[in-house]
Design a protein around this ligand. Sequence first.
Ligand code: ADP
Ligand code: MG
Length: 265
Amino acid sequence: MRKVIEIKNLEYTYPDGTKALNGVDLEVFEGESVALIGPNGAGKSTLLLHLNGILNGNGSVKILGRDLMGKNIREIRNKVGIVFQDPDNQLFSPTVFDDVAFGPINMGCSQKMVKEKVKDALSQIKMEEYKDRCPHHLSFGEKKRISLATVLSMNPEILALDEPTSNLDPVSRRNMIRLFHELKLTKVIATHDMEMVSEVCKRAILLSQGRIVADGKVSEILTNEELLKSHGLDPPPLVRFLKQMGYKDISLSLKEMIGRKEFIR
Ligand code: ADP
Ligand code: MG
């Protein structure tokens, strides 16, 4: 499988002296959906911002086999779509169309091509009829989806999503999760939503104090209550429920577990 993200010994300190990344090594392969979990302040957002050169720390970052530096940066930016936690940081145009068209216009696409890309991106998130709306008048959940469309319109190969389901109502959250299943590209998802992780991701990376402290199967990391608790996190509700019901060996794939006879009773 093709390595699409290769990070070696990445360190980053904010200008005020806060050390946010403390030597991160990470490899992500094409098509993976990787969860980036960890307590507040662990460095998740900082790490995501290194995937397309918004931040530039010490160490090496290779995206799609190319060093993220110099003249490669522009091209890599088109290939890595970062969706910020707060949609108000992503949306700034008078209409949804303009926001979603911003990337393709910057890439130098023709007017016809821009229109096609916007239509395509909006249809992926099932919001074609929103193109003439004002982004700032939309609900929070709608803004979150439009934010996603502003990067999908660039046809990225990698999606970096920062807390994509936070503050969404149950229906919007469910829609978002459904979208993740439909989008087949490589995804790195920083999140506290453990239930979403268990549905969408096979691999989880636990970041704490700027370091990766665990990297493995979701089925193993999300069932390791001790590990999660020691870093200020909780296992997903299903895992807690099974523990309460007296199931001992829950370090099985969650899906596998649901399929087992003794569970269906
Ligand atoms: P997470 O996304 O896991 O909550 P962040 O990457 O936002 O963590 O933050 C990592 C560390 O960097 C924290 O200690 C945070 O306070 C600090 N930090 C984040 N943004 C800034 C900033 N703009 N200036 C200074 N420190 C920051
Ligand atoms: Mg964050």
